[in-house]
Design a protein around this ligand. Structure first.
Ligand code: SF4
Ligand code: SF4
Length: 184
């Protein structure tokens, strides 16, 4: 999604990411080792080095950062020990705060996923898909995959609540509390 953070002006994004992740990314010297090891970069137009570079230069990040699968390979390889995966996470969080980005399918999917985990303490696939489809308007996308899964009993009609649902809700509550505190 070339969404992205055309939403942020000047150094706003850079400052937000630095605040969220510490100043670590300022240590990046653009060597490209992270990109060389990134499995997504091998098959898609995605480049973690470029993402960090753009942030550091105060430019808009227009990469599809939702392609990052949080595998941490870049972290393991970075000679400066920069937590690149955390930077990607912080970017996703910042994007979701903006109402305009909220209309993007990836953001809608992410929210639908988290809402079902918050409600049931575990993923409720059908509930998540219904939320996603209604909000995104992609009603028939991938339907040829969904129906066989349901027919084979791989995707339940009704949600199962985890015994730890209460604890999961508490985690979400605390995370919101931390985010609100960090925003101040
Ligand atoms: S965490 Fe993301 S950016 Fe880093 S190597 Fe994995 S997919 Fe690539
Ligand atoms: S490996 Fe580390 S120092 Fe090199 S470009 Fe990636 S983040 Fe920057």
């Amino acid at each position: 999604m070339n969404q992205t953070i055309k939403l942020f002006r000047d150094d706003e994004l850079k400052n937000r990411i630095i605040k969220k992740t510490g100043g670590e990314l300022l240590k990046c010297y653009n060597c490209g080792t992270c990109t060389a090891g990134c499995p997504v970069s091998q098959i898609r137009d995605f480049n973690p080095r470029r993402v960090l570079r753009k942030i550091n230069l105060g430019l808009n990040v227009d990469e599809d950062i939702w392609q990052c699968v949080s595998c941490f390979t870049c972290n393991a390889r970075c000679p400066n020990g920069i937590d690149i995966a955390k930077v990607m996470d912080a970017l996703r969080i910042e994007i979701q705060k903006d109402k305009r980005a909220g209309k993007h399918a990836n953001v809608i999917f992410n929210r639908a996923f988290l809402e079902t985990v918050e409600n049931y303490g575990q993923l409720y696939e059908l509930g998540m898909l219904m939320k996603y489809k209604i909000k995104s308007g992609n009603l028939f996308q991938d339907i040829e995959f969904g129906l066989p899964l349901m027919l084979k009993g791989k995707m339940g009609l009704l949600p199962h609540k985890s015994g730890n649902a209460k604890a999961a809700r508490e985690i979400f509550r605390r995370v919101r509390e931390i985010e609100e505190r960090d925003e101040k």
